[in-house]
Write a protein that binds this ligand. Structure first.
Ligand code: ACO
Length: 359
């Protein structure tokens, strides 16, 4: 118990064959393939196949017809609630009671349906119903169908922004939401329970909720035209600059590099402001912490790329969840195969034994 690590930093809790974030070299590989080779060459749904089935001949299917029971328009919470509900609606079997193939098919159905739930919730937030199935069927890729379902139309720039973002953020080792999915799977729960638990973990600002806080920062810098002053004020008030720092990477985050390039290629109107803020933030963080590398993380340019696709900031955690269904599904299957309950220990540091009357 002497090697307690707050936040489990550096603790190796699982072995995985799914993805390899290359901490020092700044590369990310899915099943050994660098994401630089995937972006722009295969659509997201095939990356799902690569991650889950280790095959590009396999892909995430289209969602089957299903009507969510109660959408509020708050996509992250709609997604968590409706995904949990699918466990009973579809009578999903517990992982301990299924074969791998059946669990894999449950995860494929769930992944596709989760994207559809987010698109429908986004339509509710916009005050309209989702597009009919014949309109959605005109799309070629999952990203295009997602936009058609939500908006009834799909601008090719928006499709490219979303497909690139989804591929870059499809999987990333043992992050908080994936760990949550694996812990839930390790108890033998069903796939809907594991996926919805992961959605909850992703929603926090220190994980998938960060892009929602990046755009307001960019707005503020655009208003004042003073990125240095903004950074100084955040750091002096002991705040965190959203979109910077990472528990794993001690080099440039490769996803950030690709998303930055994409934001520029797609002509993001926020690109210049983002680059100015990035420069000021990196310089100030380097000066403040010369021995601790704090680089731009995936969330900073994610926010800029998603803005190109006119994704409202409050929807960004749900967009992240759409991407991460691939990684979660792959990890839930990998966890199922280990068959070992995840149950670490806690060191008790509370009061010594005492009588009830002493409390
Ligand atoms: N802005 C300002 N200071 C920072 C930042 C930041 N973005 N990130 C780290 N620091 C500072 C901390 O204040 C701390 O300083 P202190 O020692 O003086 O208190 C020091 O660096 C170490 O901070 P930790 O939280 O221990 O660093 P860790 O590497 O564990 O943190 C984390 C990673 C949580 C992502 C952090 O960098 C952060 O909060 N970033 C902002 C939120 C964000 O962008 N989240 C998205 C992460 S990517 C993802 O989840 C997909």
């Amino acid at each position: 118990m002497s090697d307690f690590k707050p936040g489990l930093e550096g603790v190796v809790a699982i072995q995985t064959e799914i993805a390899e974030p290359d901490r020092e070299g700044g590369a990310l590989r899915y099943r050994g393939v660098d994401i630089e080779e995937l972006v722009g060459h295969v659509p997201y749904e095939k990356v799902w196949g690569l991650l889950v089935d280790e095959s590009l001949d396999s892909a995430m299917p289209d969602p089957e017809p299903y009507e969510p029971k109660s959408l509020t328009g708050n996509a992250p919470s709609d997604l968590q609630a409706e995904t949990a509900r699918l466990s009973s609606e579809w009578d999903l079997k517990k992982l301990v009671d299924t074969e791998d193939e059946e669990a894999r098919d449950d995860l494929a159905r769930l992944s596709a349906q989760m994207m559809s739930i987010v698109a429908k919730s986004a339509a509710v937030a916009d005050g309209r119903g989702p597009a009919p199935d014949d309109v959605v069927a005109q799309g070629d890729t999952a990203a295009e169908k997602f936009l058609l379902r939500w908006r009834g139309e799909a601008d090719p720039r928006h499709v490219k922004a979303i497909d690139t973002y989804w591929i870059c953020t499809a999987e990333h080792g043992l992050n908080a939401s994936t760990f949550t999915a694996r812990i839930t799977a390790s108890t033998g729960a069903d796939c809907g329970a594991a996926m919805s638990a992961a959605v909850g973990a992703l929603s926090g600002p220190l994980h998938g909720g960060a892009p929602a806080r990046v755009l307001p920062m960019l707005d503020e810098v655009a208003r004042t035209d003073d990125p240095q002053g903004y950074v100084k004020q955040v750091l002096e008030s002991k705040g965190r600059i959203m979109g910077f720092g990472h528990r794993v990477y001690r080099a440039e985050d490769p996803r950030s590099r690709i998303l930055k390039r994409t934001a520029k290629e797609l002509g993001s109107p926020r690109f210049e402001v983002a680059e100015a803020l990035e420069g000021s933030a990196l310089a100030a963080l380097r000066e403040r912490k010369p021995d601790y590398v704090i680089a731009t993380n995936v969330e900073f340019y994610s926010a800029v790329v998603l803005d190109v696709a006119e994704i409202p900031p409050e929807l960004t955690p749900a967009m992240f969840a759409c991407a991460r269904v691939a990684g979660w599904a792959a990890h839930i299957l990998e966890e199922k195969r280990t068959g070992r309950l995840i149950r670490p220990s806690a060191r008790y540091v509370g009061p010594a034994a005492r009588s009830l009357s002493a409390v």
